[in-house]
Design a protein around this ligand. Structure first.
Ligand code: C2E
Ligand code: CA
Ligand code: CA
Length: 619
């Protein structure tokens, strides 16, 4: 839809109202042919930089309004809100928030001074500049108007060139003030204040016009950690880059919903350090929100090239709809936030629509978080072990320690349900250290009990790995347990390495120097180029379970698995296939030269004493 058409609809709307006192005038062909598409056919003339400023005119004389409007259109102004009924002035001001008000003083019912006074005492419109139109040369009236906060005066009959100058100066001053007050200096995006203001108005309009509106709350994943790792000035550059990509992810059609609001063309704001909000007004908001959310996630999937390195960042997006999910501003904000937290809980880098059931989920999560805080102390964490099996002989070559939370009331909680909470709540360091120490001690006990030595693998999350002194913790877990380092493997994900190449490289080398091993978990999901892994000190790759699911029938999965097997061989890396559930999968791996597997086919993760029995039986 073109700008003009939307205006057209708007006028029709107003025609339907009983008192046709308000009109939004647009440049029509008869008046002044100035629209973007037609500018080129005009004699060459610089576009008025304030062309899109909204100018409101309140004057009881319709002719004055008409003359002023025509003149200002000739000056290149495009947006007008006019009324000849002063009793409606406040309502329209509040709803439209013009950039400037041209206000007549002498009017029936309410005079201009009274309106001015109300404006200056109004929470949301008090900052709007007001140019007083008056034929009064009476010094006392002028004095009174200045006292009440008039910005400037224009004598009636209005001198066009004077009006043009005063208006331009006023708008320039307002634009500068707005920039300081409503925009974020780092990204140039509107700030939280602007956003809240706009949200209020958008909801008001949506209500009046019975349309919808979608609020997207975008929160960068683990930004604090990234910021700490790359340094704050590169962090700032990253935020600017993110803001740019977010803007590019939106298309004009995403925010053409409600007349007037869309003209602001500022649906995206930076509302917090690493938080952005996006408003999509209009019917079909749900679909628009879905496609924008997808485009945003896709736009962030490519790394940012900053200060000579690749920096990766993802986002979690919560979406709430008005009036479907919430009927007022605060509820809408809260619901988008709940949805965003849920997106994080689901593993981040995703979007989530608000749903009433999420309220329960977030309450559940809150109580889980509280309970998780004491879990280490109350000795509620357990390790289960899943054997790594020699694909040909079926002998147990090692095992992986997998954490469980013995909650008592809720039973044994799997890690997918509490590790993300632990990460967000900053508990992962403590819990991870517990797992590391417990795994080393238990493995040493098995050896002391006379079992043939095997290696134990411990999972380490990015947050834990990047925390202070992780290498020192590994060292002390080994020392305290007396386990020989070669019987310990550290499992970490591919993305951790790619996102933090310098730090991880150094730390992995330190771990290898100690004599422990390094394994890349969930391999194949992190989009790293296989070749880039060559540079890293790694001993083992684990093919992600998702690829095994398709093997051997799905050709793509089969091709990826064989490629990874070949790749591991070239680099001399030990290879483990995860999630092997069927004999066909095992046979496929064996045929293609994979050495080792893990999976339900052989055994689920089991408590240590059960593993002991399995080991004894497998020898
Ligand atoms: P992961 O490291 O990829 O662990 C493998 C997961 O696959 C385990 O889930 C395991 O039970 C499951 N699995 C093994 N074989 C099969 C199979 O044949 N079929 C299927 N469908 N699944 C199989 P689990 O124990 O629920 O652990 C989930 C994730 O939680 C782990 O994924 C790991 O990322 C994380 N995790 C577990 N323990 C720890 C820990 O101590 N620290 C940290 N940071 N993360 C942990
Ligand atoms: Ca693992
Ligand atoms: Ca894995």
């Amino acid at each position: 839809m073109t700008d003009r058409n939307r205006r057209g609809n708007d006028s029709e709307l107003n025609d339907g109202s009983a008192r046709n006192v308000h009109e939004i005038v647009s440049p029509t062909d008869e008046l002044a042919p100035i629209s973007n598409s037609e500018v080129s056919s005009q004699p060459i003339q610089a576009k008025n930089p304030f062309a899109s400023s909204a100018i409101m005119i309140v004057d009881d004389e319709p002719t004055t309004i008409e003359v002023l409007t025509m003149f200002l259109q000739g000056e290149g102004y495009e947006r007008f809100i006019t009324t000849s009924d002063p009793r409606e002035a406040m309502e329209w001001l509040e709803c439209e928030r013009p950039d400037v008000l041209l206000l007549d003083l002498m009017m029936p019912h309410i005079d201009g001074l009274e309106i001015l006074e109300r404006i200056r005492h109004h929470e949301h419109v008090s900052h709007i500049p007001v140019l007083i139109l008056t034929s009064s040369t009476d010094a006392e009236t002028k004095h009174r108007a200045l006292e009440l906060g008039a910005t400037d005066f224009l004598g009636k009959p209005v001198d066009p060139s004077e009006l043009a100058l005063r208006l331009r100066n006023t708008l320039a001053a307002k634009a500068y003030q707005d920039r300081l007050a409503f925009y974020d200096a780092l990204t140039g995006l509107p700030n939280r204040r602007f956003f809240m203001d706009q949200l209020g108005r958008t909801l008001l309009r949506a209500q009046v016009q019975s349309t919808e509106c979608a609020l997207l709350h975008i929160d960068l994943d683990r930004f604090q950690q990234i910021n700490d790792a790359i340094g704050h000035s590169v962090g700032d550059a990253l935020l600017r880059g993110v803001a740019e990509r977010l803007e590019l992810s939106m298309r004009p059609t995403d925010y053409l919903g409600i007349p007037g609001v869309s003209d602001e063309k500022e649906p995206l704001s930076r509302v917090g350090g690493d938080e952005f909000s996006l408003l999509l007004p209009g019917d079909g908001a749900l679909d628009a929100a879905t496609s924008v959310a997808r485009r945003i996630l896709a736009s962030l999937s490519e790394p940012f090239h900053l200060a000579g390195r690749d920096v990766f960042v993802t986002a979690s997006i919560g979406i709430a709809l008005f009036p479907g999910d919430a009927q007022n501003l605060n509820a809408l904000l809260a619901n988008a936030d709940v949805a965003m937290s849920y997106a994080k809980k689901r593993g981040r880098n995703t979007y989530q629509f608000y749903d009433h059931s999420l309220d329960e989920a977030s309450a559940d999560r809150l109580s889980l978080e509280t309970e998780l805080r004491g879990a280490v102390e109350r000795k509620e964490l357990r390790l289960h072990y899943q054997p790594k099996v020699d694909i040909r002989t079926g002998r147990i070559m090692g095992c992986e320690a997998l954490m469980r939370w013995d909650h008592g009331e809720l039973g044994m909680i799997p890690p997918d349900q509490f590790i993300p909470i632990a990460e967000d709540a900053d508990l992962i360091g403590e819990m991870g250290e517990w797992a590391l120490r417990a795994a080393c001690q238990e493995n040493k006990r098995w050896q002391d009990a006379g079992l043939p030595p095997i290696s134990v693998a411990v999972n380490v999350s990015a947050r834990q790995f990047l925390s202070d002194n992780f290498v020192g913790t590994v060292r002390s877990a080994l020392d305290d347990s007396g386990l020989e380092p070669r019987y310990l493997t550290i499992e970490m994900t591919e993305s951790l390495i790619i996102e933090n190449p310098a730090e991880t490289s150094r730390m992995l080398e330190a771990i290898q120097r100690m004599g422990a091993k390094v394994s890349i978990d969930d391999f194949g999901t992190g989009y790293s180029s296989l070749a880039s892994l060559k540079r890293f000190p790694i001993d083992e790759l684990k093919i992600d379970r998702s690829f095994m699911q398709g093997v051997p029938d799905d050709q793509d999965s089969a091709a990826i698995v064989t490629a990874i097997i070949a790749f591991a061989r070239v680099l001399g890396l030990f290879l483990v296939a995860e999630g092997v559930e069927t004999e066909e999968q095992r046979a496929f791996l064996a045929e293609n030269g994979c050495e080792c597997f893990q999976g339900y086919l052989f055994s689920r993760p089991i408590p240590g004493d059960e593993l002991l029995k399995l080991i004894a039986a497998s020898r």
